[in-house]
Design a protein around this ligand. Structure first.
Ligand SMILES: Nc1ncnc2c1ncn2[C@@H]1O[C@H](COP(=O)(O)OP(=O)(O)OP(=O)(O)O)[C@@H](O)[C@H]1O
Ligand SMILES: [Mg+2]
Length: 253
């Protein structure tokens, strides 16, 4: 079990008045970040509630992937606060974020193309998971991966690669899963299948932040949606409300 479970606040903490379940597992408050001298996140506010799915939507270059990397400890913040379970963790390393239970699948899936399916799963055992357990879970969830356990990951179809990426991420038994563009390059049927799996995981208590250009894929299953434009979250709320705010340009239909 990961450490990233909201703890009741102490008596001298005024925020302790709120029940623990209302403390977001992952929160960005006025977060600023950039590349070199160029700021691309200009004060991002975002809150992921425990056991929920938050969809971060918006067009190219809005800052979704940068936000995801900040959440994973892969990119430094230059202002504002990054919080895990109510604790400020600015400057956290990717290893420490992983130790807290934050796991990410980057844009492009982050698998090793020259390793087999099995070797890719093995590479996820660094956090203490056992290869046998990882394989058992992965092949039970996605039988096609079992059939292809000795195949090089680079020669899998896009959907199979995404299944492998998801299996690797889940092997670490994360509390928070960060998914960047799950639908990228996949057939609509595969996207639906992947999001069905995500829905099951959320029902099982996992908290998920999904960045998607293609809102249609994720809006139906999201608990909350946020619209990101030019490095700011300009609207956040129930998916239905956000859908109304999305212009047809952003729907990606
Ligand atoms: N490594 C980098 N170096 C410099 N600028 C970068 C880098 N990565 C991203 N940017 C810039 O930061 C801004 C936000 O990019 P980001 O990748 O976070 O957006 P995005 O919302 O994920 O876009 P997309 O929908 O295309 O994936 C863009 O203007 C981009 O050009
Ligand atoms: Mg992106």
């Amino acid at each position: 079990m990961s450490e990233l479970v909201p703890q009741p606040r102490t008596a001298d903490d005024p925020a302790g008045a709120a029940p623990a379940e209302t403390v977001p597992l992952l929160e960005l408050a006025g977060v600023r970040a950039g590349y070199g001298a160029i700021e691309v996140l200009h004060g991002v506010d975002l809150a992921l509630r425990p056991g929920s799915l938050l969809a971060l939507l918006g067009p190219n270059g809005g800052g979704k992937s940068t936000t995801m990397r900040v959440c994973a400890g892969l990119h430094p913040v230059s202002g504002g606060e990054l919080r895990f379970a109510g604790r400020k963790v600015n400057g956290i390393s990717a290893q420490d974020a992983a130790r807290l239970g934050v796991c990410s699948i980057p844009e492009g899936r982050g698998i090793f193309p020259n390793l087999t399916v099995r070797e890719n799963l093995w590479a996820a055992t660094g956090t203490g998971a056992r290869l046998e357990d990882l394989e058992e879970k992965a092949y039970a969830r996605f039988p096609v991966l079992g059939e292809r356990r000795r195949q090089l990951a680079g020669s899998l179809s896009g959907g199979e690669q995404q299944m492998l990426a998801l299996s690797r991420a889940l092997g670490t038994d994360p509390a928070v899963l960060l998914l960047d563009e799950l639908s990228m390059g996949l057939a609509p049927m595969i996207v639906t299948r992947m999001y069905e799996t995500v829905t099951e995981l959320v029902a099982g208590g996992l908290s998920v932040l999904v960045a998607e250009q293609f809102a249609r894929a994720v809006l139906p299953i999201a608990d909350t949606a946020a619209l990101m434009l030019h490095g700011r979250v300009v609207a956040a709320g129930p998916p239905g409300e956000i859908e109304d705010r999305l212009s047809s340009d952003y729907l990606g239909g």
